[in-house]
Design a protein around this ligand. Structure first.
Ligand SMILES: Nc1ncnc2c1ncn2[C@@H]1O[C@H](COP(=O)(O)OP(=O)(O)OP(=O)(O)O)[C@@H](O)[C@H]1O
Length: 235
């Protein structure tokens, strides 16, 4: 039975070489079970984004292995990695990366037009509470609303995994909680495995699993027996 979404073994990433080499990941062994919400905490520069980018197929490791289910990402061709990303991965970044000249619906359609098993863009926008803003342009939306469009875009392809890098980094507490609530809904309703990279330690309370990262490696893993709802999180 398939129970792990990601598994890494001795995963390593070195940027550059020689005296300027940066060891961003120093042999990471990590198991991420299917359907969990996982929060990745750690100081700036500890390698969190690097890990997310490798398991999301945006970047390549320089050592070790990273598996998505039983497929080794480190052995894939560029074409296979692109296919993997397109079929399985939704990304949410701190800055929303929306196309300013397109409406909310059109921004979501950019993804649904090329996805294998997409949902209707309006359904995705309704999921994030923006059913009445589908024809608005990014400049007509608040930061939190723009982030929700970005989440709608990421979930509209029905992703297996949702990888979020500082998704609330640019948001105030009320808006940030609303965005976390959307991520929780996506996890519950679509069954997507959700990884959230954050500096905000309090967000660990909503996770099934908390991974503490430091200096390119895992320092500690905590399993939460009880989770807080996003609305209950301190900011
Ligand atoms: N393209 C790159 N070239 C060289 N070094 C890089 C590159 N990308 C990241 N690094 C370095 O790798 C290390 C890990 O970076 P990474 O962005 O993964 O950390 P992080 O934990 O996500 O940090 P932050 O919380 O600040 O985003 C850092 O020392 C960073 O400077």
């Amino acid at each position: 039975m398939e129970t792990l979404t990601f598994r890494t073994r001795e995963l390593a990433k070195v940027y550059g070489e020689g005296r300027s080499a940066v060891h961003a990941l120093r042999g990471v062994d990590l198991d991420i079970p299917k359907g969990e919400i996982v929060v990745l905490l750690g100081p700036s520069g500890s390698g969190k984004s690097t890990l997310l980018n490798i398991i999301g197929g945006l970047d390549r490791a320089t050592g070790g292995d990273a598996f998505f289910r039983d497929r080794n990402l480190t052995a894939m061709t560029d074409r296979e990695l692109t296919r993997y990303r397109r079929d399985h991965v939704g990304f949410v970044f701190q800055f929303y990366n929306l196309m300013p000249s397109l409406t909310a619906r059109e921004n979501v359609e950019l993804v649904t037009e090329i996805a294998r098993d997409p949902m209707d863009p309006d359904t995705a926008l309704a999921m994030v509470g923006l059913h009445d803003r589908v024809d608005h342009f990014p400049a007509q939306l608040s930061g939190g609303e723009q982030q929700r469009v970005a989440i709608a875009r990421a979930v509209a392809k029905n992703p297996t995994v949702l990888l979020c890098d500082e998704p609330t980094g640019a948001l105030d507490s009320t808006t940030g909680r609303a965005v976390l609530n959307v991520l929780k809904n996506v996890n519950e309703k679509l069954g997507a495995t959700v990884l959230i990279v954050t500096h905000a330690a309090s967000q660990a309370a909503m996770a099934d699993r908390v991974i503490h990262f430091a200096d390119g490696g895992i320092r500690k893993i905590e399993i939460n027996e009880t989770k807080l709802a996003p609305e209950e999180i301190e900011w």
